[in-house]
Design a binder for this molecule. Structure first.
Ligand code: F6P
Length: 327
């Protein structure tokens, strides 16, 4: 594919995240500002395969910065996982005159972009869009801060009833196999403990929590559990307490998909706006097949392979902070 880029395609893929619309707006406006044409691709990679593509002008992204979800819709597309599907996607892209793609999504979406870029020599730029915050090479991902604040709102409410009834609550939060939402959600909400996948092979986190003197000074407690096969989830821990410590009155709340909705916070809007504008800068500089991240307030280009393959490390010191502050 030639190096002169005149038209970019933009899509959102995988689980939606608050701030995706702000990113779509930023990519669109920045591209138009720099003299590029923009095409919106609907329903993630599926729209590339089926040709659901529409030209985007500046007005198409008006009044969306404050909206959760994604105006482009999103999907997890089985067909794009096959060579035939990707061939169709490539043909549609060429037919639409799209020279480069901006993909907003999590690691599955960036993996798709990496394979597509390699097979068809298509310049692809990724933006980290997931509430899980599990992409290596960026301090935070688009949607993470909003989801964290949603968790706080919920836990603050749960604490009222936990205190009144003197109960032990296990609150399950999202994150797939990453504990960022659980650990930072626990610190920010003043929870008594967090159970995260990164620790699950090292210690029995329930035993540790009980052993560390839970109920020495309080009659109610909140434990935030990251959903994950590695932790077993909140239900698993509640069941264990019912069997091993029947003296405690236990309840479970699974926050689920409400963590994926809502108006993005200022942090997520600013992050998405900066990343979206940086994606167009990267394209104009001739960058390809990189995820744009922000580390220590600087825009960075992270090769797809690095962003996807490396597990983003969680700061385990934060576990000590949580432990110290929850006495
Ligand atoms: O990756 C984002 C995420 O919300 C994860 O935290 C969660 O495990 C998953 O998506 C849920 O996916 P779905 O919307 O397909 O149920």
């Amino acid at each position: 594919m030639g190096t002169t880029i005149k038209c970019i395609g933009i899509l959102t893929s995988g689980g939606d995240a608050p701030g995706m619309n702000a990113a779509i707006r930023a990519v669109t406006r920045s591209a138009i500002y720099n003299g590029l044409q923009v095409k919106g691709i609907y329903r993630g990679y599926r729209g590339l395969v089926t040709g659901e593509i529409k030209e985007f002008k500046s007005q198409n992204v008006s009044n969306i910065i404050q909206l959760g979800g994604t105006i482009l819709k999103t999907a997890r597309c089985e067909e794009f996982m096959t060579v035939e599907g990707r061939q169709l996607a490539y043909e549609n892209m060429r037919a639409e005159g799209i020279d480069a793609l901006v993909v907003i999504g999590g690691d599955g979406s960036l993996t798709g972009a990496r394979i597509f870029a390699q097979e068809f020599d298509v310049p692809c730029i990724g933006l980290p869009g997931t509430i899980d915050n599990d992409l290596f090479g960026t301090d935070t991902t688009i949607g993470y801060d909003t989801a964290l604040n949603t968790i706080l709102d919920a836990v603050d409410k749960i604490r009222d009833t936990a205190t009144s009834h003197e109960r032990l609550f296990f609150v399950e939060v999202m994150g797939r196999d990453a504990g960022f939402l659980a650990l930072n959600g626990a610190i920010a909400s003043g929870a008594e403990a967090a159970i995260i996948p990164e620790y699950s092979t090292e210690v029995d986190q329930l035993q540790e929590f009980i052993k560390n003197g839970f109920r020495k000074s309080k009659n109610s407690s909140i434990v935030i559990v990251a959903e994950s096969e590695k932790t077993g989830g909140a239900m698993h821990y509640a069941e264990r307490v019912r069997n091993e410590y029947p003296q405690y009155d236990v309840r479970v709340t699974i926050l689920g998909h409400l963590q994926r909705g809502g108006s993005p916070t200022a942090h997520d809007r600013i992050l998405a706006s900066r990343l979206g504008a940086a994606a167009i800068d990267a394209i104009m500089e001739g960058q390809r097949n990189v995820m744009i991240g922000i580390e220590h307030d600087e825009v960075v280009y992270v090769p797809f392979t690095k962003a996807i393959k490396n597990d983003k490390p969680i700061n385990k010191e934060l576990m000590n902070v949580l432990r110290e502050l929850s006495i």
